[in-house]
Design a protein around this ligand. Structure first.
Ligand code: CA
Length: 505
């Protein structure tokens, strides 16, 4: 029988002087001609393919990841303690629109089944969203939501669920500080989320700083309920339920219909990345993103500190100077934000990233930007803004999984694709989250949490195009309600951590 020999290593660019091990490699193995391992090398870690002198460049993805602190010999393991971080690329002399690709891959179907909304993107789920203006009301609201689920929802079978939009913002905050516009805008835009079907329900306390008029102009007794107006807890819960039932009656009349993909908006995120993420899960997601864009959909990608070191590549894909300058503006804002906190982008990689073979933020960023595919970037959003264009959009958010998720929700995503190397059970109540693993090991460890395994790309069992097409189809199945992701099936819903760069008082 012809047994296909599995590769021992992966080298991305011919310029690279390092490769990534596909599995743990023992000392004394010749992984390629003339390169013998000088020690045991863990799975997904870097091995030097040539002698690198002190201060010499360490190159992966054709990009300088860093400089050798001490001489490194051919065959050595290169870990995160052996590189010095390069200075970040400058933002003042970027060139825009020099790499505008039009030959994107052809997607198979061009439609999905969603809940149409007038004037905005369609919903992928039909949900009653209940927005809060302050964390103080969350306890009461959660009690009411439990009763709504038990006592009311069974009467309205076309409604998929009830989502309390609880968050930490709203009071004890410097509401007039310049950057308070970020959380306020995010919560205001969550009121308009496509999966909430145009129904508005706000629960406030009555003495908070985030007054309802700051997040909506649809102020009425039908939409806004203030707890301090009610006599005791026992009056509050029935009042919330009465308002909810009116909304459920209307939501229940909504039906899925076949829609063009221009009605679909999804987000891309990665978390718990490892050295495989950038060669398996993220490029497969990028291929799916290219197909979605070609089919007319809108795809958001984010995570400023994880694209900062790849900014030159993204600048070339900005459709025009205006979009390019907006990209540089968001990078600069974040550089200053980090500097004001006494940090820089090197604060990003986690111990788990490093254990997974990612030495520093440059290496992480090169893998991270692969999930944006190759399409032109048509718009740039500040955190929590809503898009005005269709296509690939850069939506600036922190890279933190639990902050990026809610901020992309505020921008309107109705589904998120999440690539992971180390594994995370993260999920969102307001939109399904689809998990893609960077390795087969993770899929085997978590068969009931990972939806798509991209690890077959590293072992040579599948191509980026094959996994990307599988993911594209799965995205449309989940968006259309034909399938559920595991995070949705198990109801793994994280808290909504809204990005607040302004002071807390
Ligand atoms: Ca993330």
């Amino acid at each position: 029988m012809d047994q296909k020999k599995k590769p021992l290593y992966i080298r991305v660019s011919p310029k690279d002087n390092v490769a990534i091990t596909v599995d743990e490699v023992k000392k004394g193995v010749e992984i390629m001609e003339g390169v013998v391992t000088s020690q045991d090398i863990p799975r997904a870690h870097k091995i030097a393919l040539e002698d690198i002198p002190k201060d010499g460049e360490i190159i992966r993805y054709g990009v300088v990841l860093g400089y050798a602190i001490d001489p490194i010999a051919k065959g050595d393991w290169i870990n995160e303690n052996m590189l010095r971080l390069p200075t970040p690329p400058g933002l003042d002399h970027l060139t825009f629109a020099t790499n505008i690709r039009t030959d994107l891959p052809d997607p198979p179907p061009y439609t999905f089944e969603g809940f149409k909304n007038e004037g905005t993107y369609a919903g992928t789920r039909n949900l009653l969203g209940i927005i809060t203006t302050v964390q103080c009301v969350a306890g009461v609201l959660n009690v009411a939501v439990e009763r709504i689920r038990r006592e009311l929802l069974p009467k309205y079978p076309n409604v998929d669920g009830v989502v309390p939009v609880n968050h930490a913002y709203g009071c004890g905050v410097a509401i007039n500080a310049p950057e308070a516009k970020v959380p306020i805008r995010a919560i205001a835009n969550l009121c308009k989320h496509p999966n909430f079907g145009g129904e508005l329900m706000i629960v406030g306390l009555g003495c908070e700083k985030l007054t309802p008029d700051r997040i909506t102009d649809r102020l009425s007794e039908e939409n806004v309920l203030i707890l301090q107006d009610y006599k005791g807890f026992e009056e509050m819960v029935p009042a919330i339920m009465r308002m909810a039932e009116k909304k459920l009656e209307r939501l229940n009349r909504r039906k899925r219909e076949v829609l063009p993909l221009s009605d679909l908006i999804i987000g891309m995120q990665c978390g718990g990345s490892d050295a495989f993420s950038g060669i398996t899960a993220n490029p497969a997601a990028g291929y799916a993103a290219d197909m979605l864009v070609k089919a007319g959909a809108t795809v958001l990608f984010s995570e400023v500190t994880e694209v900062r070191d790849g900014i030159e590549f993204l600048a070339h894909r900005a459709v025009n100077d205006q979009v390019g300058c907006a990209l540089a503006r968001e990078m600069r804002w974040y550089d200053n934000y980090l500097e004001a906190g006494g940090a820089d982008r090197s604060a990003n990689p986690t111990p788990g990233n490093k254990k997974g073979g990612l030495s520093n933020i440059v290496e992480k960023a090169m893998g991270s930007i692969a999930k944006s595919g190759t399409s032109p970037i048509v718009e740039v959003l500040s955190p929590g803004e809503r898009p005005t264009r269709h296509g690939l959009i850069y939506a600036a958010t922190p890279a933190s999984d639990i902050v990026c998720g809610p901020m992309q929700l505020a921008s309107g995503i109705t589904l998120q694709v999440f690539m992971t190397g180390r594994g995370t059970p993260y999920g969102l109540a307001a939109a399904p989250v689809v998990k893609v693993s960077s390795s087969t090991n993770l899929k085997e460890m978590w068969p009931d949490l990972i939806d798509i395994n991209a690890g077959t790309i590293a072992t040579g069992d599948a191509t980026i195009e094959e996994v990307g097409t599988e993911l594209y189809k799965f995205i449309l199945d989940v968006a259309s309600g034909r399938k559920q992701s595991f995070a949705e099936r198990w109801k793994l819903y994280n808290d909504l951590c809204i990005f607040n760069p302004a002071p807390i008082t």
